[in-house]
Design a protein around this ligand. Structure first.
Ligand SMILES: Nc1ncnc2c1ncn2[C@@H]1O[C@H](COP(=O)(O)OP(=O)(O)OP(=O)(O)O)[C@@H](O)[C@H]1O
Length: 267
C-alpha cells in the first residue's frame, strides 16, 4: 500500500474576487485515517475535497499528497491517489450500463484489463449492485444511482477515497452496506474522507471530525469532543446526534455516540 499522507498548509481558494471559499486551511490527514468534513451549507467542504484530487488548485498556500507538492502533480497523477464521489450522482454518471460506469474510473487509470474486471466485480458486490450490472443507471432510483457512484470510486482502488454525502437517500439496508464497505476500506488501510450532514452516521462511524464554517476550520479533533460542544454545533448549524441527545436525556455520565456505548453507559 502506497502511503499517501495529505498535508494542506494555509490553503486559500477564491472562486472570484467576491467569493473566498477557503481561508488558511491547514490540515494533516494520515494514511488509513477515517475523517468527516462537517459544517453548514456553503462552508467549503466540497471545495476543500476538490483540492485533494486536483479538480481545484489553491489560490494561495500549498498542498502535499504522498510527500509531493500538489502543484507539481497533474490531475491524472492525483486521480491515482485520491478518488472523489460527487454529491449529486447525476453529476458523475456518464455511462448507460452500471458495469461500464463502475469500470470507467479504473479504465481511465489504465489498469490492466484483468484488474479492472476484478475491481469492478468486487465493488459491485460490496454495494449489492451485481443484479443491476446491466441496467441503465438512469433507470435506477436515487439511492441506487448513489450506490453506483460510490462503487465507481471504490473500484478505482486509490489509497484515498472521498465520499460526498454518501448516506443521502439511503435506507437501513443500504446504510448497513455502506458501513460494511467502510470496514473493508479500513482493512485495506485506505484513507476515507466523508463529507456529511448526517450527524448520526458520523457519530457512529467516524472518530475524527473537521468542522468548517465560512471556509475556515473551526474544529479538528475527536467527534466525541465536537458532539459535546453545543456552541460549536450551533455555530455550524449542526445538531447533536440522536444517540448523544438520548444520553443527555438519561443524564448518563458518558456521552454515547454509538448504540453500544449507550447501552454500556445505561447499565
Ligand atoms: N462553482 C462555483 N462558483 C462560484 N462559487 C462557488 C462555486 N462552488 C461553490 N461556490 C461557493 O463557495 C463557497 C463554498 O461552497 P462549497 O460547495 O465548497 O461548500 P459546501 O460546504 O460543500 O456546501 P454544501 O454543504 O451545500 O455542499 C460557497 O459560498 C459557495 O456558494
Amino acid at each position: 500500500m502506497t502511503i499517501v499522507d495529505i498535508r494542506l498548509e494555509n490553503v486559500v481558494f477564491r472562486y472570484s474576487e467576491e467569493v473566498t471559499a477557503l481561508s488558511n486551511i491547514s490540515l494533516i490527514i494520515h494514511q488509513g485515517e477515517r475523517i468527516a468534513l462537517i459544517g453548514p451549507n456553503g462552508s467549503g467542504k466540497t471545495s476543500l475535497a476538490k483540492h485533494l484530487n486536483g479538480l481545484l488548485r489553491p489560490s494561495g498556500g500549498r498542498g502535499r499528497i504522498g510527500g509531493q507538492q500538489t502543484e507539481k502533480l497533474n490531475v491524472a497523477a492525483l486521480s491515482r491517489k485520491v478518488a472523489l464521489s460527487f454529491q449529486n450522482p447525476d453529476d458523475q454518471i456518464s455511462k448507460r450500463r452500471v458495469w461500464d460506469e463502475v469500470a470507467f474510473g479504473p479504465e481511465n487509470l489504465h489498469y490492466a484489463k484483468d484488474r479492472v474486471h476484478s475491481l469492478v466485480e468486487k465493488s459491485l458486490s460490496l454495494f449489492a449492485l451485481g443484479p443491476l450490472a446491466s441496467s441503465n443507471p438512469y433507470d435506477l432510483g436515487y439511492s441506487e444511482r448513489k450506490r453506483v457512484t460510490l462503487a465507481s470510486i471504490v473500484a478505482m482502488d486509490t489509497p484515498v477515497v472521498v465520499f460526498d454525502e454518501p448516506t443521502a437517500g439511503m435506507d437501513a439496508r443500504e446504510l448497513g452496506l455502506l458501513k460494511a464497505v467502510l470496514d473493508q476500506l479500513k482493512k485495506e488501510q485506505k484513507t476515507v474522507i466523508i463529507i456529511s450532514h448526517d450527524m448520526d452516521f458520523v457519530a457512529e462511524q467516524i472518530g475524527r471530525v473537521v468542522c468548517l464554517n465560512n471556509g475556515r476550520i473551526l474544529f479538528d479533533g475527536p467527534s466525541s469532543t465536537a458532539f459535546r460542544n453545543k456552541d460549536l454545533l450551533e455555530s455550524c448549524s449542526l445538531r447533536q446526534p440522536q444517540i448523544a441527545r438520548l444520553s443527555s436525556f438519561f443524564e448518563l455520565d458518558e456521552l454515547a455516540l454509538t448504540p453500544e456505548t449507550f447501552v454500556r453507559a445505561l447499565k
